[in-house]
Write a protein that binds this ligand. Sequence first.
Ligand SMILES: *Cc1c(COP(=O)(O)O)cnc(C)c1O
Length: 449
Amino acid sequence: MNNQTMVQRDLKVLWHPCSQMKDHESVPLIPIKSGQGVWLEDFEGKRYLDAISSWWVNIFGHANPVINQAVKQQLDTLEHVILGGFTHEAAVTLAEKLVEITPAGLDKCFYADNGSSAVEIALKMSFHYWRNLGKTQKTQFITLENSYHGETLGALAVGNVALYKETYAPLLMDVITVPGPDCYHRESGETWQDYSIRRFADMEQTLAKHADSVCAVIVEPLVQCAGSMRMYHPVYLTMLREACDRYGVHLIADEIAVGFGRTGTLFACEQAAISPDFICLSKGLTGGYLPLSAVLTSDTVYRAFYDDYQNLTAFLHSHSYTGNALGCRAALATIGLFQQQDVLGNNRRLAAAMTKAVERFQDHPNVAEVRQTGMIVAIELVKNKHTREAYPWQQRRGLRVYQYALGRGVLLRPLGNVIYFMPPYVITEQEITLMIEVAWQGIQYAVRD
Ligand SMILES: *Cc1c(COP(=O)(O)O)cnc(C)c1O
């Protein structure tokens, strides 16, 4: 089996996610045979450094021996069992662990099998909570400009990235969209903190006006990942928590991308010292092994559903693979690694190495901004550094960086014209140097003409 036959077979039968399939007439599909640590290998022995953690899911490397072993053991014991009316050890232990490690007050765990489903669950639970309390006028959600919460219709509705959303607009519920704290737009000389505080005024006004009809505000804490890796200061979350309490509105923290150490703390909410009413987890939850997600919420929310069956207050939501045993076991092994090693300390060292390696991008004539939060670094490529005029999207400059980097054995997958690094935590400083050098050269290549 070589690359070419693999690709030919693929293109006959497979429709790939988030892809214009016609692109593959000119941009080759990359077939991967195996993975090891930060490296992926194709069918002919060419290796690629996975600088984006395979869409932000992989945190401890491919074929991690500890997670492998845990999943293998679980496989010989129990692969899956219905979670309605039944339970199993991995689901129970993982729920205990998640309650223990997430911010205080998140005491009940509801499982699903992907991030979008977790968002749907949080939205439905919040709405249903208020309904069970007799507050049937609460039917709306507040979201931030440039946010992303997944692709299913409910999750897409509370998102705000036009590229994914616009086509489906006629199918989506109405939401209240508030200007966001994205610090790319701050005035020169203004700090992230000052800008984030200033931008909160819109949220305050919106809550004041609509609190009676609003179930929850949903946010991606600190980094709007799919929205071009735009970042903001934790003070926004601190203010939002306080305001949500004051107005009687839930706060949903979508930590699907930023959870599990990505931003420097185990959960991004910790940097604002807040507990949301709901936290959505997926992606890094299983170390990038298996599809699993979880929504954690408070006892207060749980108790509003807890009643005699005849009162019809139960949360009748399920997915076939809810609480899958293999997924739960991979998650337990992943959390185990955080507890056995100083992962966050090591990440601080790696993050500092990335800061240093991207320093020179600041002065590049086509870079408007280099920004970083923990293990996420993003470089905003523009046509004009001073006016920040963007390249016309049709030119697909980011795609050129992608193609160049693949040729050099690095998997980058720019979001439009934003090049970013979000590597597995097992990357070495040497590999960081390589990854960033290749991106530098890729940018030179992409901005020519
Ligand atoms: C990826 C992502 C989702 C959706 O998760 P899927 O598993 O892809 O459905 C939701 N929210 C955020 C912040 C994400 O990054």
